[in-house]
Ligand binder design. Structure first.
Ligand code: 5AD
Ligand code: SF4
Length: 538
């Protein structure tokens, strides 16, 4: 059976897709790049903003019209949209055969198997599995244990991953924060922490198979905290466990109880997986980044000094309405501490504009905050009301779309200025770069790059595109192009290096080399390799 799988949304979804791909491939399913050549089309969906859902709906519409014209294909929706909308989707879109929420992905092969046994003609029995919306408690341990099996059974398939040298490892699932705008606690359920031994083992296995960069994933990754000796699987291994809740998170553990904190986990991986060249983590919840985390970052050279630390708004009133749990002052305190302890730290964030009741003054406060923090970049979103969230139920979406767009554009322009300053500071320095893409630019142009819009052609290794990476596909005649190897610094800044041929660029992929930075743009550094262009430094 040929399967087409497209991923929308966040890194957590990218990892889920990779695990699903590995599991199905091991069962004999073959993955194809062309949705029209597949017998099974799966969309791993995102429900964080309406825009993401619209994209999926339009894809579902296309498959629907093909089906009405006689195409026989199984259409499945996985992920957060399947969870959020549940059976409603099946009612609205009769072409959808299968729904599988993010907490049930381990059971996807069984669902597909059931569908394949029924011919299309009598496929009135559509299948759906969702469950996180109820934030089950009684069944949580068992369900999460099954999910744990999916994480553990990860079959590493270099063909199936876009960048085989780089991998995600989940440490925490779900979220307990309940920011009022956010659908994640409902779709991904309560916070569950994986046992540290399983995480370290997964990192070790990935490195044994050639991975040199691991990004630890969690919705609030720094809330990771594992209490030992409380939950064991039947065969005596430690089991995933539900998070302690925010109040308990801050308390010291009772005497005699052994805890692995986030900082301890980072240090353990750094120590026990020496072949790992880069260890990263996203996303940090700003309030709970303690000195212990900074201590580990300051002393472990292979842990990237990169913090994705979304602030969401620069107004205390809006932060309160968002239930973010910190003030602007507290956020800035964390930023200042981070910079003091780690002078070369790179900070990225997320900001929402047009949250209900946001005034010009609130917005101005966000601009002030942005000018105060050296953000290397910010993902800026227009508020999107999400059914099932507190903001949707209690606050009118009262900022007109035009004003949201205006504020969005202003912040994008401001961020471009800030990014330019942050990048400019790197000129003259030598930075470690992990090369991950081949690109080319027209020979005529100087200082080109993704930021200059549409003049760079990138050959991206593998298939699905990362929604957060600028990529352009404007054809330029090949005899008038200069070749480049592109990569990222430990602080996640994009670096381009000129090389003599595409082969030279390809030979750098998946290696870390020291690059001397010559010049900077808003989103791109230009540099050169000190010795012959093809000698990577490991
Ligand atoms: N509307 C707009 N942006 C949102 N985000 C989460 N929920 C919403 C929403 N309803 C943004 C936040 C979060 C990022 C992943 O998505 O900025 O950090
Ligand atoms: Fe959503 Fe807030 Fe949890 Fe992030 S911390 S996933 S924004 S509820």
């Amino acid at each position: 059976m040929r399967v087409f799988l497209e991923t929308f949304g966040c890194q957590m979804n990218e990892l889920d897709s990779e695990l699903v791909r590995g599991r199905l491939a091991s069962l004999g399913y073959r993955f194809v790049d062309d949705p029209d050549a597949a017998e099974i089309v799966l969309f791993n969906t995102c429900a964080v903003r309406d825009h993401a859902e619209q994209k999926v709906r339009s894809r579902v519409g296309i498959v629907g019209s093909q089906k009405r014209n006689g195409r026989e294909v199984i259409l499945g929706l996985l992920g957060c949209m399947a969870e959020r909308e549940g059976l409603e989707i099946l009612q609205k879109h009769p072409q959808v055969d299968l729904l599988c929420g993010p907490g049930e992905l381990d059971r996807l092969p069984m669902l597909l198997d059931n569908l394949r046994r029924t011919s299309a003609a009598d496929r009135s029995e559509r299948v759906a599995l969702a469950g996180n919306r109820s934030r089950r408690t009684a069944t949580l341990a068992a369900a999460e244990d099954a999910l744990e099996t999916l994480d553990l059974s990860r079959s590493f398939d270099p063909e199936g991953t876009r960048r085989p040298w780089s991998a995600y490892v989940r440490i925490t699932r779900g979220c307990n924060k309940f920011c009022t705008y956010c659908v994640v606690p409902a779709t991904r359920g309560a916070e569950v922490h994986r046992p540290p031994d399983a995480i370290v083992e997964e990192c070790r296995q990935l490195v044994d198979r050639g991975v040199i960069e691991i990004t630890l994933l969690g919705q609030t990754v720094n809330h990771y905290r594992y209490t030992h000796g409380t939950a064991l699987t039947l065969d005596g291994r430690e089991a995933p466990q539900v998070g302690p809740g925010l109040a308990a998170f801050r308390k010291a553990p009772p005497a005699g109880q052994r805890i692995t904190t986030f900082a301890m986990l980072l240090a353990r991986i750094h120590e026990e997986v020496p072949g790992l060249e880069r260890l990263r983590f996203v996303t940090s919840y700003p309030r709970d980044l303690g000195e212990d985390v900074f201590d580990v970052l300051a002393t472990c050279p292979r842990i990237c000094r990169y913090l994705h630390m979304p602030v969401q708004s620069g107004s205390d009133r809006i932060l309160k309405a968002m239930n973010r749990g910190y003030t602007v002052g507290e956020y800035l305190e964390t930023v200042d501490r981070a910079i003091e302890r780690l002078p070369d730290v790179s900070i990225a964030g997320d900001i929402i504009v047009g949250f209900p009741t946001e005034t010009d003054e609130d917005f101005a406060a966000t601009e002030r905050l942005m000018r105060r923090v050296p953000f290397k970049n910010n993902f800026i979103f227009k508020y999107s009301p999400r059914p099932g969230t507190t903001a949707f139920d209690r606050l009118p979406d009262d900022v007109p779309d035009e004003l949201k767009r205006y504020r969005n554009n202003r912040l994008l322009a401001l961020q471009a200025e800030i990014s330019r300053d942050v990048h400019a500071k790197e000129a003259g320095r030598s930075l470690g770069v992990l090369f991950d893409r081949v690109g080319s630019v027209p020979i005529e142009r100087r200082a080109p790059g993704p930021a200059s819009g549409g003049t760079v052609e990138l050959r991206v290794a593998g298939r699905s595109s990362d929604s957060r990476t600028p990529e352009f596909q404007t054809p330029v005649p090949s005899d008038r192009r200069r070749w480049q190897a592109l990569g990222r610094t430990g602080g996640d800044l994009i670096v381009a290096v000129d090389v003599e041929s595409p082969e030279a660029a390809e030979s750098l992929l998946g290696t870390v080399a020291t690059v001397h930075i010559d010049s900077a743009e808003s989103l791109l550094l230009h540099g050169h390799l000190p010795t012959p262009a093809t000698t990577p430094i490991r």
